[in-house]
Write a protein that binds this ligand. Sequence first.
Ligand code: KIV
Length: 288
Amino acid sequence: MSTTFKLDTSTSRANPTPAPMKRVTVPAIRNRKGKEPLVMLTAYTARTAQLLDAHCDMLLVGDSLGQVIYGLPSTVPVTLDMMCAHGAAVVRGSYHSLVIVDMPFGSYEASPEQAFESAARIMQETGAAAVKMEGGVHMAPTIEFLSARGIPVMGHVGLTPQSINMLGSYRARGKGNAETANLLDDVKAISESGAFSMVVEGVMESVAEEAMTVAQIPVIGIGASAKCDGQVLVTEDLLGMFERTARFVKRYDNLAERIETAAAQYAEEVKARSFPGEAQTYRPKEKK
Ligand code: KIV
C-alpha cells in the first residue's frame, strides 16, 4: 500500500494560503519548560485536526490509533504505513500546532539506523516536524543519533504501552523505590539525549513531580501530575467515545451517547419514510 501524499499547498479549508499563522516550532516547545502549560491532544484524521488545531500547541498522531481507529487489542500491531497515512492527514488538517507522529513498535528499536530510516520516512511522507518514541535509558543513544541528524524526537517514559507484553498490565508505574529509581533514570537519560520534550505516562504524582525537576526539557503528563509542563489526552477519551477508560481520563463530553441517539433517530425516520424530507429532496424548480 502506497501512503505517499503530496503536501497540498493550494488554497483550501485545510491549508489556507497564505497560512494564517506560523506553525509552532520544536525550539518554541523546548523553550516552554517551566512556563505556560503546553496543550497536546491526539488526532488521527484531517477533520479532527482542523477542529483541535487552534486550541493546541501540539497534535500527536499517536499509535493509540491502533485501538481507537482500527479496533486492535494494543498498539503492538500498528504499522509504519498506518502512521504515515494518518500523519499526513493530520498535517493537511492543521496549520498551527506542531504535529508529532508516533514511531510504531518494531520500527525503531533494532538500531539507531533503523530508527533514522523509519523517522525519515514518516517526516518525508507526512510533513510532520517531529516523531515520538517510547523507552528510557536504552533508547537515549537512538534519540541522540536522530537529533544529531535533524530529526526532533519527543521521548515517552513511565507506562509505555508498546511494552505491554513485558509489563503485563497498564497499571501506573513508580510504586516502589526500585521502580521509581529506574523511572527517574529514564527521565534523566531522555532529558540529556537531545529530545526536545517527553511524555511521562501513568506514574504516581510524586514521581511525576520529581521527574519535572530532573528533566531539563518540557514534561508532558498523561496520568502524571497537573504540575507537568503540559498535558496530553487521547481525544476520543475526553470526548466520551468509550465506556471504559483509564482513571486519568476526564470526559468532557458524552459523544458515544450522542452518536447513538442520532443514529437511532435516523433509523426511525428511514423506517417511517420521513427522511429524506422536503429540505433534502431535489425537485425541478417550479416555472413562474
Ligand atoms: O499513542 C498515544 O496516543 C500516546 C499518548 C497517549 C501519549 O502515546
